[in-house]
Write a protein that binds this ligand. Sequence first.
Ligand code: ADP
Ligand code: MG
Length: 460
Amino acid sequence: MEGSAKDFKSVGLNDEMLDNLKSLGYLKMTPIQEKGLPLILSDQDFIGQANTGSGKTAAFALGILSKLDVTNCSPQALVIVPTRELAEQVANEIRMLARFRSNIKVLTMSGGLEEHLKIKSLKQGAHIIVGTPGRIIKLFETGMLVANDIKILVLDEADRLLEMGSIEEINRIASFTPLNRQTMLFSATFPNGIKKLSASIQEDPAQVTIDSQHQINTIEQLFFKVDGHKNDALLRVLRQYNPESCIIFCNSREICKKVAAYLGSKNMVVLQIHSDLEQPERTLFLLKFDNKSCRILVATDLASRGLDVKDVAAIINYDLPCNHELYVHRIGRTGRAGKKGLALSLYTENDCTILENISDYLKLECQTIELNDLEKLRQNAIRPCMSTIYITGGRKDNIRPGDILGALTREAGLKSEDVGKIHVLEVNSYVAIANDKIEHAIEHLNLGKIKGKKFRVGKA
Ligand code: ADP
Ligand code: MG
């Protein structure tokens, strides 16, 4: 981040919070944090507009955390997000930021299998609730969620909330919460609906808009005109640029499936994220992408919303999106946190209008490249050098990443560079292992123990 960026101290967070931020590597505020936090901390209603990956979560999370009365176990902040997955991500970020105190409870309420456990947990008390609209309305209606002490209501990804639901839904949620609350609204784009929404639930909000130009400028955007087969074009583009990791965006899940099947037939390792997937599969796929045992993710917009997948080297628009806002969302997945990004878009004759819209909106001279100018013979297969193994033990067994790394390096004799990212989840853990060590690792872990216990281990 730029040298001129301020550190968190300047907005007056307490020392414990500052230490924790430091330990997380949050040394400087992002622009939305720097401009937004003083207003957020002053209890004003707030609208924050900044592109994806700009640190909006921490902006409101730090606001919430600094106003929390930890001795009061009823919900004091409610964060509404469009999807279940985002609920988990936002809750996790808040939990990380909440580590400066040991007993802050953050609960997600967004449907799914463990909902009855969550309700039990809710009854025992929680400080911060992160949930999806439908679920939260139900909980209010059934009296399961009590809003008396809610001081802060946050609508995260408000543009997405409106696309997937309605203003009425959000109004309904707001109507359950106390009038003297602080209402914050965050969004990457600012369509008209947001103004209406704000007018109906906010009072005299302060607004901070961070120009996305700065980030967009760090993304190299190239456009490829396709006359023949799109799949051929995609393959050539992929082989030419050989990205370390990439998300390929398609306009429907049917197209996703076809593209994934095609790339699979070319010997590439590909995962798809679309609405046909069950949650556990989705989690596993994202985890594999994150731990680098898969370099290519094929996704629809809906399914990829709000994902905090870090460091995507490139995004590819297999189809151009139907509007420029979606385009900005998509390319915002690459070039995060000041890194250089790459956005490669295929387009056909029919896409000329949208292409113009994009170029007008971004004040960008679209740089088109002839597919024929790409080298024909590049054969990069874009295969990962890691694969993922599962271990049937997780947080519930008190396993930590260090325990797994220890078992792999000491007992199985792997070098630490053969071990990639380790994800310890509630019941299972997943580890990326160098492809040529995978059988060896599985065999040894199955024979040995982790934290004194035996677990099953296999290829995920
Ligand atoms: P947004 O909601 O604006 O799309 P996120 O809140 O998901 O973006 O943040 C994107 C990433 O940046 C996250 O991985 C988050 O942990 C990280 N991040 C946020 N604020 C900071 C900061 N001040 N310094 C370093 N990293 C940060
Ligand atoms: Mg966000």
